[in-house]
Design a protein around this ligand. Structure first.
Ligand code: ADP
Ligand code: MG
Ligand code: MG
Length: 254
């Protein structure tokens, strides 16, 4: 049982006009086995929240705390956060020229676990996971994300999730740019990995359609750098019908 606890998190970035506060007091607790959907309009700070948890250097925490099982995440380097069990599937996965997906996965797994996985069972598991994600074996020899389509990048992110088995999965718009079939395949991958490993999930999304496949236990409406409302899955249905306008208006009136 693991707990990711975020308390009063304030985050700023450096811009040409000076520092800009993006997160303005975020409180969120995610336990193993729970799926939390973070929903909100573009520019509300959802990716910033994921980046700050993962330790992206552009995002400076000015106030608040992040702990994983009581350990201070903010004191950890990026690789230490991954070793501690935090996993981030980025909204815009980057290409890694010269590194095959096969080598990348094995290197990442070795770094996270502190020892190399046994080759034979690793390859069996990898091929199974790729089969489930409808990824051909040729992807193993291709450089990470180089020339991958949007949907292929998202599958590769979920393949990492399945193979690395983190304690907490931060999934940033894993649904964006996917057609209906790819959305279902990727969602099934998340559900399969979560059922097998019981990790906690922070599922960032702009749209409700992925929530038909991945059922959230909690829905948080993220507006203007903080959580404006929380509820159960029925809140997503309300957002589907009404959109974010009322939240944006309330935030600008405040
Ligand atoms: P979301 O993921 O909800 O669409 P983001 O977290 O990507 O929102 O961005 C929130 C706001 O912070 C936006 O106005 C964005 O332009 C700004 N922002 C995010 N990252 C940076 C950065 N590295 N430099 C400057 N501004 C940034
Ligand atoms: Mg909560
Ligand atoms: Mg984003």
């Amino acid at each position: 049982m693991s707990t990711l606890e975020i308390r009063n998190l304030h985050v700023q970035v450096e811009t040409d006009q000076g520092p800009k506060e993006i997160l303005r007091g975020v409180d969120l607790t995610i336990n193993s086995g729970e799926i939390h959907a973070i929903m909100g309009p573009n520019g509300s700070g959802k990716s910033t929240l994921a980046s700050a948890i993962a330790g992206h250097p552009a995002y400076e925490v000015t106030e608040g705390t992040i702990t994983l099982d009581g350990e201070d995440v903010l004191e950890m380097e990026v690789d230490e956060r991954a070793k501690a069990g935090l996993f981030l599937a980025m909204q815009y996965p980057v290409a890694i020229p010269g590194v095959s997906l096969s080598n990348f996965l094995r290197t990442a797994k070795t770094a996270v676990d502190g020892e190399a996985p046994a080759l034979r069972s690793w390859m069996t598991e990898l091929r199974d996971a790729m089969g489930n994600l409808r990824m051909g074996n040729e992807f193993l020899e291709r450089n990470v994300n180089e020339g991958f389509s949007g949907g292929e990048k998202k599958r590769a992110e979920i393949l990492q999730l399945e193979m690395l088995k983190p304690k907490m999965a931060l999934l940033d718009e894993t649904d964006s740019g996917l057609d209906v079939d790819a959305l279902r395949i990727v969602s099934e991958g998340v559900n399969r990995a979560q059922a097998a490993n019981n990790f906690g999930v922070m599922l960032i999304t702009h749209y409700t359609r992925i929530l038909k496949y991945i059922k959230p236990d909690f829905v948080h409406v993220f507006v203007n750098g903080r959580i404006a409302e929380q509820g159960d899955a029925s809140l997503a249905e309300k957002l589907e019908a009404e959109g974010y306008d009322s939240y944006l208006k309330a935030a600008s009136d405040a």
